[in-house]
Each structure stands twice: as C-alpha cells, then as structure tokens.
Write a protein that binds this ligand. Structure first.
Ligand code: SAH
Length: 247
C-alpha cells in the first residue's frame, strides 16, 4: 500500500514510485490513478468509484492473496484517514496472512502548512470534521479540548457541498476560547491544478471557500502573519518575555 501525497507525482516518495514500477496490479480511485500517468502503463488497473472502504480493502487483499504484487493507492498518507486502517481491519477480521508493506506519503497537513509558511511549529491537533464515521458529539468534544489547550488545529474534511454546518460550528467552538483575530490558513487542492491559498482571521473566515479538497489550519494564541506567511513560534517563552517587557 502506498501514499501518493497531495497530488503531483513530484510529491511522491521514491519508495512509492518503485513499488508502482514493481507491481502487477494497481488499485485505487480513478483520480489518483490518473495522476500517475504513464507509470501505470502495462499494469492491470482496478479503478474504484467512491464507495465502501472495507470492500475496496478486501479486493486489494484478495489480489495480493492470489499471488500478484498488488499496490493499493491511498492519497496523502495511507495511515491518516486513509486505507491502511481498512486493510488491516480486513486482515485482522478474516485472520489472513498477507505480506503487507505500508509506504508512507506526504499528508495534506504537510503540503498545506508548507504553502502557508510555518503554522504548525508548536503542538497541534488534527481533527476530521466528517461525521460519517465519528459521531458529531465526539468531534465537538475534541474541538472543545483542542481549543481549550491552545493547540494549533488542523481540520481535515472540513466540508463538502452538502455538509456546511460542521465548519460553522467548529468556528463557534474555537471562538469561545480564541480571539476573533486568530489567524487561519485555508489551502485548497495543494499541489493540484487551481490550488488556492488564503489567510484570514477566525472571525472573517470565508466559510464558502471550504470544500472536500480543503484543509484549514487555525493558529494558536501566538500565531502571527508576516509578509503573507503564517508563523507559529516554536515556543511561548519569547512571547512571554515580550509581554513582560511591555509591562
Ligand atoms: N490520507 C489523506 C487524507 C484523506 S481525508 C492524507 O493523508 O492527506 C481527505 C481530506 O484531506 C480532504 O477533505 C482535505 O481536508 C485533505 N486533503 C487531501 N488532499 C489535499 C490537498 N491536496 N490539498 C488540501 N487538502 C487536502
């Protein structure tokens, strides 16, 4: 199983590219397989539509058990809201003996923080706003805890065309503990065609910009913006001494 990074082939690791070159069959969503271009020529390709993850994982495992070298493609990193979990669940549930290698990839938060500057230089929390697999009450509790702890908050799956209320509620929760001026970075389609990078304040966050290809990074109380780049200082100490001097 490989992680293909945020989009372009340049963001893939050499290990992942070598695995593709060496495989017999490659499985994944059409979008991610298409990004691989001529690299998949001569390979058996199994394309999935949007659908049940466990079924996809089972299919990949079956290919491997049939003796083929199979590569299951997962965007970003397979271990972060990706396919590594479903594959291991199938192997565990059905007590299978599969020779499995998980090859990591550049996850969206790495690609997006690089576009923004250095917003996650200090402790951070990653929360998915999708309530398909996690009840919304649980997501809210985690948002609350991260907001209280002054963690930088990285939001995956912040919204889609049909799912708009979660990001609004997330902002409401963050505003209970954080200043309306808190810096927020929004990156859409990092490394992909039409990439958009935007920095705004928590209070004036353009929520309509948020979709399925977007990652949102909410700064902590020390995050600042300089020359269009979002920066979270490594530590709080400097900030404290600045405040002490001002007193
Ligand atoms: N396994 C993937 C995450 C899958 S969840 C990874 O490690 O990156 C899907 C979410 O990831 C999207 O809703 C979005 O929040 C984020 N994402 C994935 N690719 C992205 C990209 N190129 N630019 C911005 N966000 C992205």
């Amino acid at each position: 199983m490989i992680g293909t990074g945020p989009g372009p082939i340049e963001d893939m690791t050499l290990r992942a590219l070598n695995a593709i070159d060496a495989c017999d069959v490659i499985l994944g969503y059409s979008t991610y397989i298409n990004l691989l271009g001529s690299r998949v020529e001569g390979k058996e390709v199994v394309v999935f539509g949007m659908g049940e993850e466990i079924a996809r994982a089972r299919r990949a495992v079956q290919e491997a058990l049939s003796g083929k070298k199979a590569v299951l493609v997962s965007s970003g990193d397979p271990g972060i809201y990706g396919m590594a979990g479903p594959v291991l669940e199938v192997i565990h549930r059905e007590n299978l003996d599969v020779d499995l290698e998980i090859i990591p990839g550049v996850t969206a938060l790495c690609a997006c923080s690089a576009r923004l500057g250095a917003p996650i230089m200090n402790d951070f929390a990653v929360i998915s706003l999708s309530d398909l697999l996690t009840p919304w009450e649980v997501v809210k509790r985690r948002l609350e805890a991260a907001a209280q702890g002054d963690l930088v908050v990285v939001l995956y799956n912040p919204g889609s065309r049909g799912r708009r209320t979660q990001i609004e509620e997330a902002r409401r929760i963050l505003l209970k503990y954080r200043s309306p001026q808190t810096w927020v970075g929004i990156v859409r389609g990092a490394g992909r065609e039409g990439e958009e990078v935007l920095i705004a304040n928590l209070a004036s966050l353009p929520l309509e910009k948020v979709d399925m290809q977007t990652t949102v990074i909410i700064g902590n109380s020390t995050t600042f913006v300089h020359q269009g780049r979002m920066v979270t200082p490594r530590g709080y100490r400097e900030e404290e001494s600045r405040n002490a001097q001002a007193r």
